[in-house]
Design a binder for this molecule. Structure first.
Ligand code: BEZ
Ligand code: FE
Length: 289
């Protein structure tokens, strides 16, 4: 007579509880909470899909390739987080401005480079001609009562019309092309000269690009300019201004679009594309508030 073992797979053969119990010894309470929840959810995922040996190893190889794709200027794990919607979820949980009138934030993306050159009011960020339509992004930085914030800093960066950021093309574009830091004037005004943003594909030559293709998704980001806006006494804002003419506003591959961040790059009488966009910063909460 064959001996039939009972197989309590729903409970990971008891291993889930055992790992969670062992993690109980973690001195840092937040690390304990995160690790125990991570183990529970990871085991539940493997149980739900009845992960096979081959699939487990394919996952290991995928994560290995993702790490191997990272270097000083390429962060494939952030790209993975972005394409899975995790970056947008974390941003939404930590920077929601639904009730306080401040400008919405969105993801940072992998192409931010600190220490961009300081530029004058209205100066162009174009240092190398890759084509595209000349454009101006201008407006004010305001507090939640509508008062202008003088001396606020806008750190801007965008892709060229050839679809690449300067950091992706060190042999083609100068490293500070289409990047710049601007200050608002006494009336809280800023003006950035650049090129009209274009839709562009996220890097698709790595494991994340392969996964995007295998899951039948497209790789396009909706046209945008990135900005970090900051001022003393206010919460720093990381955001985008999206071009209303983009074909990918409803299907941005990294889930970064918010309707409140869409602006019109309208043609003016001199043939320039001009977008007017005001940013509203939230007051920094003080610890004794
Ligand atoms: C970007 O907007 O630069 C970006 C964001 C997420 C993934 C890839 C690119
Ligand atoms: Fe971008």
């Amino acid at each position: 007579m064959s001996q039939i073992k009972s197989a309590p797979v729903e409970h990971g053969f008891g291993v889930t509880d055992e790992v969670v119990a062992r993690l109980e010894a973690t001195p840092d309470p937040r690390l304990r909470e995160i690790m125990q929840a991570a183990v529970r959810h990871l085991h539940a995922f493997a149980t739900e899909v009845r992960l096979t040996d081959e699939e487990w190893f394919a996952g290991i190889m995928f994560l290995t390739a993702t790490g191997q794709m990272c270097d000083d200027v390429r962060q494939e794990f952030i790209l993975l987080s972005d394409t899975l919607g995790l970056s947008t979820l974390v941003d939404a949980m930590n920077h929601s401005h639904v009730e306080d009138l401040a400008t919405d934030s969105t993801i940072l993306g992998p192409f931010y480079v600190p220490e961009s050159p300081w530029r004058e009011f209205g100066e162009s960020m174009v240092e190398f001609d890759c084509g595209g339509e000349p454009s101006i992004l201008r407006g004010r930085v305001l507090d939640q009562q509508g008062a202008p914030i003088a001396g606020a800093v806008l750190d801007a960066w965008q892709n060229a019309a050839n679809r690449f950021y300067a950091v992706q093309q060190p042999d083609v574009q100068p490293p500070t092309n289409l990047r710049g830091r601007y200050r608002t004037d006494a009336d809280g005004r800023y003006e950035i000269r650049a090129v009209r943003p274009t839709d562009y594909p996220i890097p698709s030559d790595g494991p994340v690009g392969k996964l995007i293709k295998e899951t039948g998704r497209h790789e396009w980001r909706a046209a945008h300019m990135h900005l970090k806006v900051s001022a003393d006494g206010y919460e720093p804002l990381t955001t985008h201004v999206f071009d209303s003419g983009s074909a990918f506003l409803d299907s941005d591959t990294v889930f970064g679009v918010k309707r409140s961040l869409v602006g019109d790059f309208a043609m003016d009488s001199e043939g320039l594309r001009v977008c007017e966009f005001d940013f509203v910063l939230a007051r920094q909460e003080t610890s004794d508030a």
